[in-house]
Design a protein. Structure first.
Length: 300
């Protein structure tokens, strides 16, 4: 091997080692935003618990053991038992599956529909923009939870119904955000150049407008994950969420608040801690992502 070839090989190896692989990006993110890293760890733990619930839960969450009803926390039942003798720790673990499913499903649906409508509204303008924005204004007049209540009552409580109802409340906010981004990107020179080259509207939207408007949408969607989990718990607390006996954090809070708040406070405390921790983790991660992805805040 010649000296020149060896030098080029060594330089290529150094360039390969310096490439920003995903692990390097994660470590850089944790170093810059330690609170965001804490939020990411909380959510990673929640995802792990939800996936491995069958291996982690010591008991069947639906198994009734009446002789052990209303047992306080102990080495046998870490979080105590409810009125039917069901293990609260196992029910909280399985309840994380419902919370993650509803949160992810509703945010994905709401984000997909909202971004598609918002980008089309902002880029096309004219009557399309006027019509879509009047519909958005009407939906924005209803609080998201009230709109979800109306839809759940109309369609009937179920896992998928709750997800759709929460997603509908997110759509108008996503439309507003993506429309604002599309209006700004529409004025960029590369969009004007693509129009001058004769590119179709669909190609300009999918290749230029949509990818460049996703950073703020991604940040807002991350924050809405925690809001979706709280909304699902609120609907379950009101008796309009996932029907029993499926374990949900909101349903457990409702059960503990109905006559057992003083005699068995653990029925309310531990699901409340789980709900608070998940919401707190999403809030920390969303705030950190906003600081990283927003060019006006990257220097902080």
């Amino acid at each position: 091997m010649s000296v020149q070839t060896g030098f080029e090989t060594g330089q290529a190896i150094r360039q390969w080692a310096a490439r920003p692989y995903p692990l390097h990006r994660v470590l850089q993110f944790a170093k810059r935003k330690p609170l965001g890293a804490v939020g990411g760890l909380i959510l990673s733990g929640m995802v792990f618990v939800a996936i491995c619930a069958a291996l982690i839960a010591p008991y069947d969450p639906l198994l009734q053991d009446v002789p052990n009803r209303l047992r306080p926390p102990s080495p046998q039942f870490w979080f105590g038992t409810d009125n039917f003798g069901r293990d609260s720790f196992s029910r909280i673990i399985y309840g994380s599956r419902v919370s993650l499913y509803v949160g992810l499903t509703s945010v994905v649906m709401g984000t997909g529909i909202g971004v598609a409508l918002g980008v089309a509204s902002g880029y096309l303008g004219g009557k399309v923009d006027l019509g879509l924005q009047r519909i958005v204004d009407a939906l924005m007049g209803f609080p998201a939870l009230v709109l979800a209540l109306v839809l759940v009552v109309s369609l009937g409580p179920s896992l998928n119904t709750v997800s759709i109802a929460i997603a509908v409340g997110f759509v108008p906010r996503m439309v507003r955000l993506s429309r604002a981004s599309a209006l700004a990107i529409k004025q960029e020179t590369y969009v004007t150049a693509a129009q001058a080259m004769g590119c179709s509207t669909f190609r300009i939207i999918t290749r230029h407008v949509l990818p460049n408007s996703m950073a703020p949408v991604f940040v807002l969607a991350t924050g809405y994950l925690g809001t979706a989990i709280v909304s699902e718990a609120s609907l379950s607390f009101l008796g309009l969420g996932v029907p029993p006996p499926h374990p949900t954090w909101g349903g457990m809070l409702q059960f503990g608040a109905q006559g057992y708040l003083e005699s068995a406070p653990w029925l309310t405390i531990f699901p409340g801690f789980a709900l608070t921790g998940a919401t707190f983790g999403f809030a920390l991660l969303g705030d950190a992502l906003r600081d990283v992805l927003d060019p006006r805040l990257r220097g902080r």
